[in-house]
Write a protein that binds this ligand. Structure first.
Ligand code: 5GP
Ligand code: SF4
Ligand code: MG
Length: 443
């Protein structure tokens, strides 16, 4: 999911809207904005993409100079309207609006307990438990917030409004990104720095693991009230999820992906005529591969950008168009060539199989797949939507078997060791590649 929040700026909704648009890649199922003006929350949530979900009147109606927003990508709960965020509620201390990126591992258990205590839930997203926990604590809002969040295990980057106060929060493990920026006199937060670029804000710093930043009329204050944990930043953000023009965890995402491609070229070189990418996710690594191998990089597959994830194939009879709706090979580039094709990851393996077939149909003599990540062998429980273990092709198949299934001439993955060398060994979660889950799933 994507988060954006801004404090103390005229017509805040405009900035939230633009911020969410820049973060559209982090979730396309639906989006929402909540603003605050004269003790009232203004709220609009809608399915679909940001640019389609809000019109001029919607943005004008979202009054006030404080706002938060969210793009949804579902990992728990379905994509119906009630699960879109920010979620809002009122309780004895006032009003709360909350937007969450991540996945709370023990949400189910907490929810069962709350329900048996009489709580009523209006969504099936894991985020709603946070509101219930806050409402049931005692003391000041900050005390309640800390008391509630201390009970959670898992990934939760949050932007939140409590009355006229804006909070930005990162869980003690630091799974999901959340950055702080500055625009004139106002303070803003975004999942990725590419949102700051669009609105002209300056990137200040990444939030620390377990940090709460509180922004109100007294200024910007930070505290770290939780028991400290080791950091487990999601390495898959670097591999696939984040935008290549974002600066994340002391690195340019683009640079990391290019280095991965260079490493692949050095470790798994093959005689070939041309390097191409599976667009867009394989692009930076393919460029790195081409540079390190000295082979020409070409646009061998062209992507149609107007196919959203919400696209519904009209009837069974045209279902077989599948991947062609989105990707088309250029036989001009591929005919009679030995082709290296770079993609960021193989999850189920169905994309790879189709891509190889597509490249062969365009006349390629050989197709060599190079994958810019280690084999995905384990599902994620911290906010990335991977299928169950049995659907992950690398969980039960060797590279030889996957090569055969994909009908490629060869497949090579980045090794986990090489990935660690590139991003750094410590401070990252590698669980979907290693099975070493930083937070036990039995909670
Ligand atoms: P598969 O092997 O499952 O057919 O698909 C692999 C492709 O899915 C890769 O091109 C990769 O870019 C993309 N991919 C990897 N992770 C995700 C994800 O979390 N969501 C979506 N929509 N695509 C993903
Ligand atoms: Fe990221 Fe993989 Fe860890 Fe999930 S399991 S947080 S996708 S590195
Ligand atoms: Mg892809």
């Amino acid at each position: 999911c994507a988060l954006f929040g801004i404090y103390n700026i005229k017509e805040a909704s405009n900035y939230v809207y633009l911020g969410l648009h820049a973060l559209q890649h982090r979730g396309q199922e639906g989006c929402g904005i909540v603003t605050r003006d004269k003790d009232v929350f203004y709220k609009k949530r809608s399915r679909g993409l940001v640019l389609e979900a809000f019109d001029k009147t919607d943005i004008e109606n979202l009054k006030g100079d404080i706002g938060i927003g969210h793009n949804r990508y579902s990992t728990s709960g379905d994509s119906s309207l009630v699960n879109l965020q920010p979620l809002t509620a009122s309780f004895d201390l006032g009003d709360i609006a909350i937007a969450h990126n991540g996945n709370i591992v023990n949400a189910y258990n907490i929810k069962q307990k709350l329900i048996s205590d009489g709580a009523i839930f209006s969504s099936n997203s894991d985020t709603e438990v946070i509101i219930h926990l806050i409402a049931r604590q005692k003391g000041s809002f900050d005390e309640r917030l800390v008391g509630a969040l201390s009970q959670l295990k898992g990934a939760f980057s949050l932007v939140m409004l409590f009355n006229d106060t804006l909070y930005a929060i990162k869980d003690p493990w630091g799974f999901r990104p959340l950055a702080m920026g500055e625009l004139g006199d106002s303070c803003c937060f975004a999942s990725e720095t590419c949102a700051f670029d669009l609105i002209g804000a300056k990137f200040i710093r990444e939030l620390e693991s377990g940090e709460i930043v509180k922004v109100d009329k007294y200024g910007v204050n930070s505290f770290k009230p939780f028991k400290s944990e080791n950091s487990y930043r999601c390495v898959f953000e670097h591999i696939y999820f984040a935008r290549p023009d974002s600066y994340l965890w002391d690195n340019h995402v683009y640079e990391i992906r290019k280095k991965i491609g260079q490493k692949l070229a050095l470790k798994s070189s093959v005689d070939a005529d041309v390097v191409i990418a599976v667009p867009d996710s394989g692009m930076p690594a393919a460029i790195g591969y081409a540079q390190a191998s000295g082979l020409p990089f070409e646009m061998g597959i062209i992507r149609n950008h107007y196919v959203g994830r919400t696209f519904i194939e009209p009837t069974d009879s045209i279902r077989h168009f599948g991947v062609k709706l989105k990707l088309n090979p250029s036989s001009d580039v591929l005919n009679n060539k030995r082709v290296v094709v770079v993609d960021d990851s193989i999850v189920r393996g169905t994309t790879s199989r189709r891509i190889v077939k597509m490249i062969r149909n365009a006349g390629a003599k050989e197709v060599h797949l190079r994958i810019a990540s280690p084999p995905v062998t384990h599902p994620c429980f911290y906010g990335i939507d991977t299928p169950t273990k049995s659907e992950l092709i690398a969980s039960s198949h060797t590279i030889e078997e996957i090569t055969k299934y994909a009908t490629a001439d060869s497949i090579a993955y980045l090794s986990l060791e090489d990935l660690k060398e590139i991003v750094g060994e410590s401070g990252y979660c590698f669980a979907c590649f290693s099975g070493n889950y930083p937070i036990s799933l039995k909670v």
